[in-house]
Design a protein. Sequence first.
Lengths: 461, 314
Amino acid sequence: MNKISLIIQREYLTRIRKKSFIIMSVLGPLIFAAYILIPMYFATLEDKEVKTLAVIDDSKLFTENGPNGPVFVLPGTKTLKFQVVEDVPLETFRNTFEESDYYGVLFIPSNILASETSLIYSTKQVSLEVSEYLERSMDTEIEHLKLEQQNIADIEKILAEVKTSINVRNIKWTRDGKTQESNTGVVMGVGYLGGMMVFFFIFFFGSQVMRGVIEEKVSRIIEVIVSSVKPFQLMMGKIIGVGLTGLTQFMIWMVLSFALVTGLKAAFFPELNRTPTEQVISSDLFEKGTPGQDQLQGPNQTETDDTSDVVQEIFGSLKTINAGVMIGSFLFYFLFGYLLYAAMFAVIGSAVDNETDTQQLIFPVILPLILGIYVMISAINNPDNGLSFWFSIIPFTSPVVMMVRIPFGVPWWQIALSGSLLVATFLGMTWVAGKVYRTGILMYGKKNSYKEIWKWLRYSS
Amino acid sequence: MNIITASEVVKDFSGHRALNHVSLEVPEGSIYGLLGPNGAGKTTLLRIINQITAPDEGSILFNGLPIGQEHRPMIGYLPEERGLYKKMKVGEQALYLAQLKGLSKQEAMKRLKIWFHKFEIEAWWNKKVEELSKGMAQKVQFITTVLHEPRLLIFDEPFSGFDPINVNLLKHEILQMKENGATIIFSTHNMASVEELCDHITLINESETVLQGEISEIRERYRSNKYQVTFSGSDERLAGGLDPRFELLGVEENGMGRRATIRIKSEDEGSGDLIRNLVEITEIKSFQEILPGMNDIFIQVVNDTIKKKGADHE
């Protein structure tokens, strides 16, 4: 046992002191932060430019007389202003448009009620934001006009009473009789993130185990080491050491990403709301809610304004995903999924003399992982159908597929079954891997094929 | 007391028997040579003694007990294909390997300081192995092999790849370790080093033991009844006066005078008869039996077994 811990120590320390580890640790969160912040940055870029539309209103339906001349009835937004122009023909604009500061010219024809069409003239494509705003608000304005023409008394009051906005909210009944609200999109996002991370970590750190085995074989130190320790101890020490490296990297990424996103956002975009991802990190990973807080108020919750509604919904949805269960199962499936695959990667490493020979052997090993990703994508939409169920039970795909199912709520017996099958398969696979590894590490210049590996498996210990 | 007793060891690889009922006994405190052509099975046997692989049949005893995990720290092994972690620093790596052999970090550090000083390589402590030359790396590897002061040292082809200076260093250290009570087993092609160092040998050919025993006894067994005589006087007189029971194989000049090689034809005649004949016909300056070199014995035995196998097949 003491020797295994020496090996773990060496594997761990040499890896975390590598330049590539340090670079990856810093770069990972930067990429992660960039992924979140760059779209935010572009969004704010768009916001800052104030666009002014010249309005030619032939219908006179959208113009009111203000103190300083005619005013457009639509209020505009922070970035969209209107300026009504009278007695200037469209042709004049066409000729002088380049010199003007106008974003475009909105032409409302006199027959707009019948044609239901207005036109924007511009030298460039008008942004979706502008055209959607115009369509929406002109619709409302004209609907109002038409209603007024019906001459119904108290029309404003009736309209206010009639106005409806249906909001479909998903309330879950949990086993212990509580009700919880969840947003399917957020739950899908969390599941997808979890599944992808498990896949990525298994693949990345599994390959590191393989490379480590090849390194020992190529440098020929392997024979010295296995004269001091059992090959199985060496293999397990390496697998555990690399696994700890993976966990360390994961922790560094989480902490740095959180710090980076919070810091940069506070510095550059103080006006922006927190993004869902941050909320995932901040509320669920770092401030593990107590079980009591996990419960949201029921459907009879009071009305709030739009923004806080969204935030509330995201928070509520995140809280239906039990943070403890999510982190616990991530660690479990990452750990045992990694252990299972790392043993197979170690076998491949032991069977070859250099890294280029690994390709044909690696394919059958990563096939189930890739299959797991495909099933995971389907399972996001159907977390409880037969396909998702079986692939979350089968050990080779369960680490990826179960991660995406867990946020939707999975019966305990399924997690227990999937988990114990995974552990059992890991134990069996490690036993088999140890036998093959022991022979493979001393073989040089052999044709590497699964037929050869099968032979090694049957050699006596 | 034998430190290693291997009995009837058999090891099969797919379609190929690497060791066929090989037995040997290594007396404690001796230097034991394991000889044989390439591919004879020497490395496989050494790996079995090192518990890197296990035999299919037969057993290995260490000090009379079945060999096990507890014996690993008592053995130091320098494999034929030498290697260290290239990216690891020299000192750190030596410490790691010593700790795997059961030394405490402090003890390993203390001993490493002494060895690094002895080999004058203190300046390499913080260098990466990949920055070292081959000869430098070999010194480091040798230190890591002997640092835990094992009772049994196993060297697979220790002299191959070492430059002559390091070979001498190695020989010196091997003899030193023997003096300190350690037992050394090494495999080699270098017959000069066998004559110089070994007390016992086993010659393996095509997976089987073909020659085994104390080196002086083996040389005795393969004596060819040839003698070297340095004399003064004329060659003709020597050739003319020699009794027909003796055969003059040749005469050459050496620093002290003329040197003749003479074979006694019959096993029944002794060297005394030859001397009596020689004093009558010439003046003897020196008289010496030519014992066969291990090189000759090696070649002879290997060729004999090949011939024998060929005959068996016919």
